[in-house]
Design a protein around this ligand. Structure first.
Ligand SMILES: *[C@@H]1O[C@H](CO)[C@@H](O)[C@H](O)[C@H]1NC(C)=O
Ligand SMILES: *[C@@H]1O[C@H](CO)[C@@H](O)[C@H](O)[C@H]1NC(C)=O
Ligand SMILES: *[C@@H]1O[C@H](CO)[C@@H](O)[C@H](O)[C@H]1NC(C)=O
Ligand SMILES: [Fe+2]
Length: 532
């Protein structure tokens, strides 16, 4: 009996600490990021001009609309998307007419892909970033290849039509095709596939797949134009693929600025402009054409070469002259800003990664698993490249992080005061996922001071999940950081979102308005001060 008791006591004493550990681990893994799953859950609600109420009066100068693009629906009928980036695009807007009121609108992008899928109550075959589960059959894969990518869920940009002077609000993915939307109602107008521009001396277009472009066109300095790139994959052995730098004169009027041949086509998501130059970082992350044609899964048809350098193309916008430079192996999704510093130094700031692995990790199976999603490295590293255009030398500069904000340089999804684009600037605002290296859902908004004046700061509330924040400058403000950062934040406790206004000087929350619904994970957007 006593021996039996002893064993029992021993068992209890032995097990007790493990129970605590188990509670702690499960608490850590599940309980403390409530609602984070809603970032990656379908929200079918649509609404237009629903009044929202801020806790404090809005600044009297605040007029305009913030429009953002992002994810809305992660599955339909018999299929789910395997990668978060493939969720059907959903737009959201916050309208400020300037009289103290504010209105929220959210609608799905009515792409062909979306409307046909809704009509069939299933995800119909189109090309995506990755694919669906259960997978398409061989015939459906061919159909997907033929139709291409149609889900423009990444960004929204406004072009000024060079002929009519009218604004064109377009939604984009890393693709040549775009969708035009009506910016006040967020209804979808039409798809636009501009003609492929060519340099006069290189006019052939047959034998190329000219589809891959950038979700991040940039305004060309002192013009109404934008600039982007177009990759043309050669399907004919012996003929090289090429990259074209493209001037966007309107949504469907494009001209080639420069064109150059490449042995392999790199995947690029964004690039940089200065007043005079375009700078493209072509990491050795190359399209494997046979794999692409065989599996019809673009992201899994890219080969990463960790030992190859990254090519840097510097294109003179005034004469189309292209310089090809090299730097150490590095991968980037997002360029931040660039400027010319004196006669020969081009400064380019990027959010860098040692490889594209983190993008692969944003698969639904990982994001929805409260343990797995915390097990990969999400941290970007802000890098400043100095490119000497005379000597073709490139050097890399890193920024110090203060002791109390060790993650200050680990930002991606960055924005700046757009009045400082192409200029020497001090502040970049970005998102740090997994800020403490523990949980993906521990998301901080960081202000990084590139001028080293000790003004790094951040905003963080546990169980609140922000996304990219847009900087709206205070009219007539004297300082670069005079303005408000706006970001939709998912409140994991309340299971709904609010629009946060954060003072960019102090990174303190100054105002917020809850929305009637949750906004799933959002990628990019911008504020249009004359749209209300
Ligand atoms: C799709 O995802 C939903 C939500 O996670 C799940 O309930 C459903 O079983 C999934 N369906 C398939 C076919 O994977
Ligand atoms: C503010 O402007 C909007 C749009 O013009 C209008 O519908 C609304 O009634 C106005 N609100 C107030 C309080 O004046
Ligand atoms: C670089 O080249 C430009 C144009 O040729 C010249 O004006 C400039 O002085 C050069 N800069 C340096 C640092 O050599
Ligand atoms: Fe992007």
């Amino acid at each position: 009996m006593s021996r039996y008791l002893n064993i029992q006591i021993f068992t209890i004493l032995y097990l007790l600490p493990w129970c605590f550990v188990a509670v702690l681990v499960s608490g850590n893994d599940v309980v403390d990021d409530p609602g984070f799953d809603m970032f990656f859950q379908t929200n079918t609600e649509e609404m237009q001009d629903v009044p929202i109420y801020f806790e404090k009066p809005l600044p009297t100068w605040l007029r305009g609309s913030l429009i953002r693009n992002g994810l809305g629906r992660f599955g339909l009928g018999k299929h789910n998307f395997t990668h978060a980036f493939d969720a059907f695009g959903k737009l959201s807007s916050w309208k400020f007419p300037g009289n103290g009121s504010a209105y929220f609108t959210t609608k799905f992008l009515q792409s062909d892909f979306y409307t046909k899928s809704i009509a069939s109550n299933d995800i119909v075959p189109y090309l995506m970033f990755e694919s669906v589960t259960p997978p398409f059959n061989e015939f459906q894969k061919l159909e997907a290849l033929a139709r291409g990518i149609d889900n423009m869920n990444v960004n929204i940009v406004r072009f000024t039509n060079g002929n009519s002077g009218n604004f064109e609000y377009v939604t984009l993915n890393d693709f040549w095709k775009i969708y035009e939307v009506e910016p006040l109602s967020l209804s979808t107008k039409k798809s636009i596939t501009a003609g492929i521009p060519h340099m006069k001396h290189l006019t052939r277009s047959a034998g190329f797949l000219s589809l891959l472009s950038s979700a991040h066109p940039l305004p060309e300095h002192a013009t109404n134009n934008h600039v982007t790139f177009l990759s043309s994959v050669s399907l004919i052995p012996g003929i090289k693929s090429k990259i074209t730098l493209v001037r966007i004169k309107s949504a469907d009027d494009r001209e080639a600025i420069a064109e150059w041949e490449v042995d392999k086509v790199p995947y690029m998501h964004s690039f940089s402009l200065t007043k005079k130059f375009a700078i493209l970082f072509a990491a050795p992350f190359y399209i494997n054409v046979p794999k692409m044609l065989r599996y019809a899964e673009p992201f899994d048809s890219l080969d990463w070469f960790e030992n190859l350098p990254t090519a840097v193309y510097v294109v003179d916008l005034t004469n189309g002259h292209v310089k090809t430079l090299k730097t150490d192996n590095v991968f980037t999704m997002h360029h931040i800003n660039a400027f010319e510093n004196g006669n020969s130094d081009i400064v380019v700031d990027i959010s860098s990664y040692p490889s594209p692995a983190f993008v692969k990790n944003l698969e639904m199976a990982t994001l929805r698993d409260p343990v797995k999603r915390n097990q990969f490295d999400t941290h970007a590293l802000l890098k400043r490249y100095h490119i000497n255009v005379n000597t073709s030398k490139i050097s890399v500069e890193l920024f110090k992080a203060p002791k109390d904000i060790p993650f200050a340089s680990n930002i991606d999804m960055t924005t700046i005061n757009e009045n400082y684009r192409y200029k020497q600037y001090c502040f970049v605002y970005g998102v740090v996922l997994k800020k403490d290296n523990i949980k993906l859902s521990h998301i901080a908004l960081v202000k990084k001071d590139l001028c080293g004046k000790g003004e790094d700061a951040y905003w963080y509330i546990s169980t609140h999940y922000p996304v990219e924040a847009w900087f709206v400058p205070t009219p007539g403000g004297d300082n670069e950081d005079d303005g408000i950062l706006m970001t939709p934040v998912l409140d994991g406790d309340k299971k709904t979102s609010y629009l946060a206004m954060i003072d960019a000087k102090t990174m303190k929350l100054i105002n917020k308005a809850y929305l009637p619904t949750a906004v799933p994970f959002n990628l990019h957007g911008r504020f249009f001060s004359d749209l209300f």
